[in-house]
Design a protein around this ligand. Structure first.
Ligand code: TPP
Length: 367
């Protein structure tokens, strides 16, 4: 992993997702991070939990603002594209004028693999070696000056639900709609965790949070479905503790997709006050998926056959027990018992309707 010792709360789900992404792409990834818990445990300033491998390669990380993170990440991606396109023009020129067959082959291989990380990595190594062998060539000087930008990078935009569902939503929507090859990962804690747990549009019915002291009245927004409506965005909902293989698959598919991707990761949080504490975080994800509180699915526009895969099984029951395992819900039964019963039933009904709806989507895509 290229995310090591962060100052997150013990058991934090956000870090487990981020760490996994660095295990896959850490030596060639850029991260644009929204303000929130992930920018605090991710960028404490005096130290950095993101680290490098023995070649000195690791995630390049930056944080702009809470409200412009998606746009900032798109800017990082476009900046990188502009640099690579300028280098590609030079390489194309060199390929046309060089008398060395070896150099010409290296240039052509680089140009042909620009969008494929593994193939491009090997091509970059050959091209750099060929240019370094001829240091007096003016092309060598120009291209090698920017050699760290040659190879394809993996662009990730990280943030919480307060950012993605609410305050940064306009940017998230705009960046996803733009069709550019960036990956957005949302750590869905269902509250604004870093500022003490305010309700967001990701919060659920009956959940007690700041600005929802008597339990939230309205249901959770389906950010995933808004993104799916475009048809050309890779979209997945994951919960690592429930199905680590599905989480891994979604992250790999998102990166492999040559277009925008959105992954929403269920992230139990200190603010949920789970019985037994955050040592049960990953187990709580499994309980959430088993009872149908959280659903796992993947929508892959590039898939051959059905584009939509429902990875969650039929809810197994135990929905109310799941809610009662977390004080963000159970406290309402003491404070407003009648209202608690009504809201928790509505929460369960909404979840069952959502699962039925996902089954219909599955049937529709299987056509
Ligand atoms: C425009 C703006 N409003 C408010 C804040 C204060 N603020 C910093 S982090 C944060 C909460 C972030 O919540 P979320 O996006 O859900 O991420 P989490 O902390 O849950 O990971 C807020 C409100 C800010 N930095 N900028």
């Amino acid at each position: 992993p290229m995310l090591e010792f962060s100052g997150s709360c013990a058991g934090c789900a956000e870090t487990s997702y981020a760490r996994l992404i660095t295990q896959l792409f850490g030596d060639h990834m850029y991260i644009s991070n929204a303000t929130g818990c992930s920018s605090i445990w991710g960028g404490p300033a005096a130290t950095s939990p993101y680290c490098t491998n023995k070649e000195g390669h690791g995630p390049a990380w930056s944080n702009s603002l809470f409200e412009d993170n998606a746009e900032h990440g798109l800017g990082m991606y476009l900046g990188q594209q502009a640099t690579r396109n300028r280098l590609a023009d030079k390489i194309r020129e060199l390929s046309g004028v060089t008398e060395s067959a070896e150099k010409k082959a290296a240039c052509e291989e680089y140009l042909a693999t620009m969008e494929d990380y593994e193939a491009n990595k090997a091509a970059c190594e050959k091209l750099i070696a060929a240019l370094e062998a001829d240091p007096d060539c003016p092309y060598s000087k120009t291209i090698l000056a920017d050699k760290e930008f040659l190879c394809k990078k993996s662009m990730w935009i990280f943030g919480g639900d307060g950012w993605a569902y609410d305050i940064g939503f306009g940017g998230v929507d705009h960046v996803l709609a733009s069709g550019n090859d960036v990956n957005i990962f949302v750590f869905d804690t269902e509250v604004y965790s870093n500022t003490g747990g305010q309700a967001s549009k990701a919060s659920n019915i009956g959940q007690v949070a700041q600005f929802a002291a008597a339990g939230k009245e309205i249901k959770k927004k389906s950010l995933a479905e808004i993104a799916m409506s475009y048809g050309y965005i890779y979209v997945a909902q994951v919960a690592m503790g429930a199905n680590p293989a599905q989480t891994l698959k979604a992250i790999q598919e998102a990166e492999a997709y040559h277009g925008p991707s959105l992954i929403i990761g269920y992230a139990p949080c200190e603010m949920h006050s789970i019985k037994g504490g955050m040592m049960n975080c990953q187990k709580e994800m499994k309980k959430a998926v088993d009872c149908g509180y959280w659903n796992l699915f993947r929508f892959n526009p590039a898939a051959e056959g059905a584009k939509f895969t429902l990875d969650s099984k039929e809810p197994k029951g135990g929905y109310q027990e799941f809610l009662m395992n977390e004080a963000r819900y159970s406290r309402l039964t003491r404070e407003f018992p009648d209202r608690a019963t009504e809201l928790f039933q509505r929460n369960e009904k909404a979840a069952m309707e959502r699962y039925d709806h996902l089954l219909k989507l599955k049937a529709m895509y299987e056509g």
